[in-house]
Design a protein around this ligand. Structure first.
Ligand SMILES: Nc1ncnc2c1ncn2[C@@H]1O[C@H](COP(=O)(O)OP(=O)(O)OP(=O)(O)O)[C@@H](O)[C@H]1O
Ligand SMILES: [Mg+2]
Length: 603
């Protein structure tokens, strides 16, 4: 606990202190930007002073002998100001894109270390918003908002000091208008922020509805709910319209109020300062410039504060993501030896044999209410071909998840080669496991790139052999550009069966000691099913394999079949032994057999 309080810098407000480590990388730029702001505000303050000098000396009856020097200095001031402005903007931009990039990388890298349960609990849309838009908002806050507010604050403070120095009485009168202005701006700002937030919320609802409308288009059509969807969409867009009109009205009022505040300050100068005009036209003009010019900077500062408050939510959400610890985490002493997922110390990795055992494992999903496995024990020596069968929801995929250490047992142990899986790193284990999911996933990119994920060093011949082994060569040959065909996002340009075959080939290229197959034969035709079956028979040779089978016809040759029912192994043995028992497996088998016979009779 102590560690937490000492290693993070905490400022009393806004949690913005958590961003300091990210700003540290840009110390020079931050320093340059702050300096630029100060110099820039000095230049802005200087301009009315120059005007004052010109009016007092050249028009108000002075001599013209300093006019050349004046022009040179004035030009230098204006050019210097522009240069400083440019440099400060460059620094600010460096901070913005740099912090944005660093935060995005940190968030993405951290996401990679999190466990499955985190992704079950947080939607893709939510995480996308954290990584893409929160980081952007924070980047803009620590660069442009900081730049604007420092610059404008510098101007306000400087102008007040100059006015006080030149004519304290008149200055105090102008300053008296300021609190009122700040108050007015704050009220408007709050209203505007609220309106904008509501608009954003409705907008994200619309995006959500839109996504569902597109991704669920088929289901919407078959359920004939187009009109319901349309009504929901139209109602949201109408709400946004109403809110947007409200916000525009408020903005209009805001602009009018700003003008009013400027005019009020100006009126004060005209009313109480008119007497100076007779003798010192320059000073009078300077006061007019400041009085009018103070309102805009104050608005910027109020804006910046409100930005800081609204971005607070983004900071909190992003830092929460960055501070989330994975449910499945390698212990520090394990990381020391085996490395982590970004810097693995492969030289310390012992070769894996492929023995797996469950010892008295009880398991409940972190967000689940029921215990899925209770006091479950099982030995799987290397080279065994295990088939797991059971009804839907029995806990088959859960067993696979535990073997892969995507989840850890709530109680008990999963041992790999006789040692608790937690004694070695996740990466060590994953590098030896091939897992073909129930829903095969390919990445966007070409077929070849997808296959090379299994083994980046594979040669063309290796790829061909792997494809041949699982009868997937035809899939590649049929495509327009062969192996170099783009498979689309998630491999969607291929059918499910094809994706399954390709993921088998990918698993072969990886050549894992342990192979886990969560079968999805239900969704493919008989010919593809046969291909998949013979692919499975080929790739399980010489490995420990766990095949979760829905079609019992596919498990008859397994070394051991586990029949799982409500998270318990109710029967265990070879196909003929279990059939002879006439128990749970027998009933499952005959039921499926009869179903299929009926289907084919009907077909
Ligand atoms: N991520 C999760 N969080 C909470 N509960 C879960 C989660 N995944 C599965 N479960 C629950 O655990 C139980 C076992 O699920 P599991 O996915 O292991 O079943 P399965 O045997 O693979 O089923 P299927 O044949 O349909 O794939 C189910 O009751 C399910 O509701
Ligand atoms: Mg499953």
């Amino acid at each position: 606990m102590k560690q937490h309080t000492t290693d993070t810098v905490r400022l009393p407000f806004f949690g913005i202190g958590k961003l300091l480590p990210y700003l540290k990388n840009y110390k020079k730029a931050v320093f340059g930007m702050i300096l630029g702001c100060l110099v820039g505000s000095l230049v802005d303050i200087g301009v009315p002073l120059f005007q004052r000098y010109a009016l007092n000396h050249f028009i108000g009856g002075g001599t013209m002998d300093t006019v050349v020097l004046f022009v040179i200095l004035y030009l230098a001031l204006i050019c210097g100001g522009a240069l400083v402005n440019y440099v400060a903007c460059i620094f600010s931009m460096q901070i913005e894109v740099g912090v944005d990039k660093d935060l995005r990388n940190a968030a993405f890298n951290h996401l990679q270390t999190l466990s499955f349960s985190y992704f079950n609990q947080n939607s893709v849309g939510y995480l996308h918003a954290r990584v893409m838009s929160d980081t952007q908002k924070i980047g803009a806050l620590v660069s442009w908002t900081l730049l604007d507010s420092l610059w404008q604050l510098g101007y306000v403070i400087g102008a007040v000091i100059v006015m006080l120095a030149i004519n304290a009485r008149l200055a105090l009168l102008v300053i008296a208008v300021l609190p009122l202005t700040v108050l007015l701006f704050s009220v408007f700002q709050r209203g505007l922020t609220r309106a904008n937030r509501e608009i954003r919320e409705i907008n994200s609802q619309i995006t959500g509805n839109f996504n569902e409308g597109i991704t669920g288009a088929r289901t919407i059509k078959t359920l004939v709910v187009e009109d319901t969807m349309e009504r929901a969409f139209v109602s949201d867009t109408s709400r946004i319209r109403r809110r947007a009109i409200g916000a525009a009205r408020l903005r209009g009022l805001f602009a009018v109020t700003m003008n009013f505040a400027s005019s009020l300050a100006l009126a004060v100068v005209l009313w109480k300062g008119g007497y100076i005009a007779k003798t010192q036209i320059g000073t009078f003009s300077m006061f007019m410039s400041y009085a009018q010019g103070l309102m805009e900077p104050i608005r910027w500062v109020v804006d910046a504060i409100s930005d800081l408050i609204t971005t607070q939510v983004n900071i909190e959400r992003l830092t929460k993501l960055l501070e989330t610890e994975s449910d499945v985490k390698d212990a520090p002493e394990v990381v020391e030896i085996y490395g982590d997922c970004f810097t693995p110390k492969k030289e310390n990795w012992e070769p894996i044999r492929g023995d797996i055992s469950f010892r008295d494992v009880t398991f409940r999903y972190p967000d689940g209410e029921e215990t899925v496995l209770e006091h479950f024990s099982l030995e799987i020596p290397f080279g065994t071909n295990v088939a797991i069968v059971g009804e839907t929801g029995a806990g088959k995929s859960t067993l696979a998840n535990l073997i892969c250490r995507f989840y850890e047992p709530t109680e008990g142990q999963v041992l790999i080669d006789g040692r608790d899986a937690r004694e070695r790193s996740q990466l060590w284990l994953h590098s030896a496991i091939g897992y073909v999911l129930q829903t095969p996933h390919l990445f966007s990119g070409t077929l070849r790139e997808n296959l090379l994920y299994g083994n980046p060093d594979a040669t063309e011949a290796d790829i061909r052999r792997a494809l041949d082994l699982v009868s997937a060569s035809e899939v590649a040959d049929r495509l327009e550009h062969g192996l170099d065909t783009d498979v689309g996002e998630g491999g969607d340009l291929l059918s499910t069966g094809e994706k399954q075959l390709i993921s088998f080939a990918r698993a072969i290229l990886a050549d894992p000691r342990i192979l886990v197959l969560d079968e999805a034969t239900a969704s493919v035709d008989t010919i593809t099913e046969q291909k998949i079956q013979s692919a499975i028979d080929t790739i399980i040779r010489g490995r420990t394999s766990i095949v979760i089978a829905h079609r019992l016809s596919t498990v008859q040759h397994a070394d051991v079949i586990l029949a799982v029912h409500h998270g318990r192994i109710v029967e265990q043995g070879r196909h003929d032994e279990l059939m002879a028992k006439r128990g749970y497996y027998y009933r499952l088998y005959t039921r499926q057999y009869e179903d299929e016979a009926t289907k084919s009779a009907l077909g």
